[in-house]
Design a protein around this ligand. Structure first.
Ligand SMILES: [Zn+2]
Length: 331
């Protein structure tokens, strides 16, 4: 079986019966997922095998021109999309079963729907939209209301890389200035994207705009800004470590990366972050967006990591995020 030995423990996590959820939740150590999305449905989603081992080349004439380029090895169990109309309910039930609180990003109204369904589980986050063709005055006003009156806690997911824009670009400086003034952490997409993202799926996407060092000028202008580098700048580990050394207010999340890249390299990347001394700035996350089983699966990857001590696992799964988000420490 492609998933290997450690998948036994993952299957145990995935297969636990929901009937006992109410009884077991209190006994399960708390977890924070710092990177979720307030989707209602994911009609595009198909069953997937996480951590595919390869990306496939394509030929502009003969294909196959797949938008992410993952190879398609079989696995068991696959991750399955929720039945129609059941997505939010299924994810929130998983959060209850696994004792997870999550930072849920999206439009203000979509996030509020999730929050109303599970106020104790959802930490709300929202961000400005596209820069090209956007309305900055309106966006700024919306953010100010969200963070000062509606209880939103994180500015994210900021997707500048998809537009080929650097986080230090002056066109977005006013948003970051607001976050610094209001003492709200920001979460910026940097890295990942699969294979063929720019030439097939999204012509404005730039791999180079995921370079963590592009944050340096922004951080020089806003020294108090707290930053979550989403996807940990993968795969630019040296630049990521350089930024972590230069700026102690910077954290990384391992969302997306944790289940969508080859497992050996994912583990090596996380291990490198921890071995370089930044174990207290690595945040667990999923990028949860279609498959309710993704949460248990990716928790399993951390819990089965033989290169992490029990303390380091707890830091990644809870303590670091609690500190970054200024929540109460775990009992
Ligand atoms: Zn992202």
């Amino acid at each position: 079986m492609r998933l290997g030995l450690s998948s036994l423990a993952i299957i145990a996590l995935m297969g636990a019966g929901s009937a006992s959820a109410q009884n077991t939740t209190a006994a399960v150590a708390p977890i924070i997922d710092v990177h979720m999305h307030a989707m209602a449905e994911a009609p595009w989603a198909t069953p997937v095998c996480p951590n595919q081992a390869r990306f496939e080349a394509s030929d502009p004439k003969n294909g196959p021109e797949a938008p992410f380029g993952w190879s398609s090895e079989e696995c068991s169990p696959k991750l399955y999309p929720a039945p129609k109309g059941e997505y939010m309910k299924a994810v929130l039930a998983e959060m209850e079963r696994l004792n997870v609180r999550g930072v849920v990003f999206g439009d203000v109204e979509a996030v509020k729907t999730w929050q109303a369904a599970a106020p104790a589980r959802v930490i709300p986050g929202t961000a400005f939209g596209r820069v090209e063709g956007g309305d900055p005055a309106n966006q700024l006003k919306m953010l100010e209301v969200a963070f000062t009156k509606e209880g939103f806690k994180v500015m994210g997911e900021i997707g500048l890389q998809y537009e080929g824009i650097s986080p230090s670009d002056m066109r977005v400086d006013q948003y970051f200035a607001l976050a610094e003034k209001l003492d709200i952490p920001v979460a910026i997409h940097m890295g990942t994207g699969g294979s063929g993202r720019a030439n097939i799926a999204m012509p404005t996407y730039r791999g180079s705009m995921g370079n963590p060092l592009l944050l340096e000028e922004l951080l020089a202008r806003h020294p108090k800004l707290r930053v979550q580098v989403m996807h940990a700048g993968y795969p630019m580990i040296d630049n990521m470590l350089t930024l972590l050394q230069a700026n102690s207010h910077v954290y990384v999340d391992i969302a997306g990366l944790i289940w969508s890249y080859p497992r050996k390299d994912v583990n090596r990347y996380i291990e490198r972050l921890v071995d370089a001394g930044f174990g207290d700035r690595v945040l667990y996350g999923t990028d949860q967006l279609a498959w309710p089983g993704l949460m248990a699966y990716s928790i399993g990857l951390i819990q089965n990591a033989d290169y992490l001590s029990p303390e380091q696992k707890r830091d990644i799964l809870y303590n670091n995020a609690a500190r970054f988000l200024r929540l109460e420490p775990a009992k």
